[in-house]
Design a binder for this molecule. Structure first.
Ligand code: GAL
Length: 385
């Protein structure tokens, strides 16, 4: 039964993912709409005759899902997957995006509590900024589940569904070490573009990455000409593409006037796009284009991998993440036991949050078909143009 249910969930989520994926670009977050409360584009999955009907156990219960932004494709898919999988089980879903505006997210969660949510699922913009509102939820007896980003400094969170965040950094680092062909006699230059300092995931990724590349920095195989190796110097607030582009432009001008930059260790596809614009602006061509990493294997990033513009990314199957999170919702609302595979790593400063870590998978030209197409995450048509 469990297997049947998961397959129904995945099948509905897959349809929703593909629908959303085909639906064109995400509406850009604008300054004029700071308190955006729109839902993601239609996530309604059409009836799928092949899928066995899921047991609707959630009737009469409302699950509120607070997502950070629609400016990157992954969160649109995450929201759509959560909505369709929860609705499949009979839950009413209140899905809201806050367009990377911290105060807007606080206000949305307050409204969700006031509107009688039975459970809150939160992917935070600033993981520290929600402490008060999480306490309000706890006081009102509403369980909270952290989605992909850990909620910090609160004991109001019951479970955490995520990917192995340090593992993402490890895999990016391993990829660089394996493919960069740098030696002390023939060194390569490298610059780091890390994630948002208010997102615990960014710190964990950085730790995993540094563990791998530090020996090559130490023996002189890798050289970071800007010297910006500390997280404080190479992070990117809100994982923002423009911020990464500007920092990359500045680095290229100041440190790479006479020498090429060979490797960009980027922590997220959005940052990689920003760096690509900076490289193009600085006159880089196929002849000296650097190795560029990323994370999320967004549709655009995957197209860049196929064309050779981006070297690799880390695939994170958001259908699976949503399915795991849904089992946590069921656990807090129906008293079932969710599958947990980590009870030690995610200390949020108040408690160690029981977590399920999905596996991140590195993708490049050699395996994107197997990882992303054969699994139904993308269709060949989506990747064709
Ligand atoms: C992080 C997440 C990454 C990426 C990033 C920017 O929290 O771990 O996969 O999506 O946010 O959205």
């Amino acid at each position: 039964m469990k297997k049947k249910l998961l397959s129904a969930l995945l099948s509905a989520a897959m349809v929703a993912t593909l629908l959303v994926g085909c639906g064109g670009a995400a509406p850009a977050a604008t300054a004029e709409a700071p308190a955006a409360t729109e839902e993601a584009p239609a996530a309604e999955a059409p009836a799928d005759d092949a899928a066995p009907a899921a047991e609707a156990t959630g009737a009469g219960k409302k699950v509120a899902v607070a997502m950070p932004t629609q400016s990157s494709e992954r969160w649109i898919n995450d929201g759509a997957n959560m909505k369709s999988q929860l609705e499949e089980l009979g839950y009413e879903v209140d899905l809201q995006y806050a367009e990377d505006d911290v105060q807007a997210q606080v206000a949305q969660i307050e409204n969700m509590i006031a509107a009688g949510a039975d459970c809150l699922v939160i992917a935070a913009i600033d993981s520290d900024a929600l402490v008060n509102v999480e306490q309000q939820a706890k006081d009102a007896g509403i369980p909270v589940i952290a989605y992909d980003r850990l909620l910090m400094n609160t004991d109001a969170v019951s479970y955490y569904a995520t990917f192995d965040n340090k593992g993402v950094g490890t895999k990016i680092g391993e990829y660089i070490v394996e493919h960069c062909e740098a030696t002390p006699d023939a060194p390569k230059t490298i610059e780091l573009f890390m994630g948002s300092p208010d997102d615990n995931n960014a710190h964990m990724l950085y730790a995993g990455l540094m563990e791998q590349i530090q020996p090559l920095l130490d023996d002189g195989s890798l050289i970071c000409k800007s010297g910006q190796l500390e997280f404080d110097d190479n992070n990117t607030l809100r994982w923002d593409q423009q911020t990464a582009m500007k920092r990359c432009e500045d680095i290229l001008t100041r440190y790479y006037a006479d020498e090429d930059l060979n490797i960009i260790a980027s922590a997220f596809d959005g940052l990689s796009y920003g760096c690509m614009s900076a490289l193009e602006g600085a006159g880089y061509t196929d002849a000296n284009w650097p190795m560029i990493t990323g994370q999320d294997a967004e549709l655009m990033a995957t197209k860049h991998i196929i064309s050779g513009k981006q070297t690799m990314s880390i695939a994170k199957d958001t259908r699976l993440l949503a399915a795991k999170c849904v089992t946590m919702v069921q656990a807090v609302l129906e008293g079932s036991e969710p599958e947990i595979n980590d009870t030690t790593t995610y200390d949020n400063g108040k408690i160690v949050v029981p977590s399920y870590l999905c596996e991140p998978v590195p993708v490049d030209q050699s395996n994107y078909k197997e990882v992303l197409i054969d699994s139904g995450y993308y269709t060949e048509d989506q990747l064709a143009d």
